[in-house]
Write a protein of this length. Structure first.
Length: 279
């Protein structure tokens, strides 16, 4: 290279070096070199291809290369896909000659395809996690409601068991009265036998008292058996309901842990989306 090349030669050297940048960096890149007013060199990437050549076209007002040259500072800008069919980040660097004058601009465009896919995936993941989280909240609410209902049922069952015990006490009292009535009837029958003919009518009454006492005792035994069976069944149901209640409580607790984990993953996915935008 000459010690004092012309501006055109210097821009050509930049174009030559930038033409190998994609291979050196192994990235999907597109490069462009301009002079002060026009595009003079363009090399598309493998996927970032501008179908219509822009070499020789005048730089329009607001063009990143023109803005960078006018400010004398590097410029980073995002070009959306509406313009060329693909989006990319453009890095524009002013080119100066040996006298320090800005003679052109080197523009390097990096594809945003990976970043867009990362953001799309993170957004899709966030949306999915939000839906899963909402479903889990419903499950947790249902489990909590079930647990409350089961507690109420258990209280009712315990009350029923207490009622059965009270009834059983009453039946025990009836059994004692029946036993005493039977003994009283037996004594009355003995006294009627001693009285002979005068006690015959009393003997009939005594016999009826004994029969009534026997029937009362048998009925009390039957009811007692029914109540015992009922009590055992209710207590068995109560144990099963209590087990279900424990499962519901455990399910609610596990759901809360899963919800917390999902919220953390969701937060991480949003962080990933933000990081992808910064690259």
């Amino acid at each position: 290279m000459e010690l004092n090349p012309s501006n055109e030669e210097l821009l050509a050297y930049y174009a030559e070096v930038l033409s190998h940048l994609k291979d050196m960096m192994n990235e999907e890149l597109m490069v462009l070199v301009t002079n002060r007013t026009h595009n003079i060199y363009q090399k598309s990437g493998d996927k970032m291809v501008i179908t219509e050549s822009i070499v020789g076209k005048e730089l329009e007002p607001g063009n990143p290369a023109l803005v960078s040259m006018n400010s004398g500072q590097p410029l980073s800008s995002i070009i959306d896909k509406e313009k060329y069919g693909f989006s990319f980040r453009s890095l524009s660097y002013p080119i100066r000659n040996f006298q320090g004058e800005v003679i052109g601009c080197a523009c390097i465009a990096k594809s945003l395809e990976k970043e867009e896919k990362a953001e799309e995936i993170s957004q899709s993941l966030a949306s999915t996690l939000e839906q899963v989280n909402a479903n889990l909240q419903e499950v947790a609410a249902g489990a909590q409601g079930l647990s409350t209902t089961i507690k109420n049922v258990i209280e009712s069952v315990n009350q029923a068991v207490n009622d059965i015990q009270e009834i059983n006490k009453a039946i025990t009292a009836i059994t004692e009265i029946s036993s005493r009535s039977n003994l009283l009837g037996l004594n009355a029958a003995i006294e009627a036998a001693r009285a002979g003919e005068q006690g015959r009518g009393f003997a009939v009454v005594a016999e009826e008292m004994r029969k009534l006492a026997t029937q009362s005792a048998e009925s009390a035994k039957m009811v007692t058996k029914i109540l015992v069976d009922m009590k055992n069944s209710i207590e068995g149901i109560a144990r099963q309901i209590n087990e279900v209640g424990n499962i519901a409580e455990n399910q609610a607790a596990a759901t809360e842990e899963i919800t917390a984990a999902i919220q953390e993953v969701n937060s991480n996915s949003q962080t990933l989306a933000q990081i992808s935008k910064l690259q």
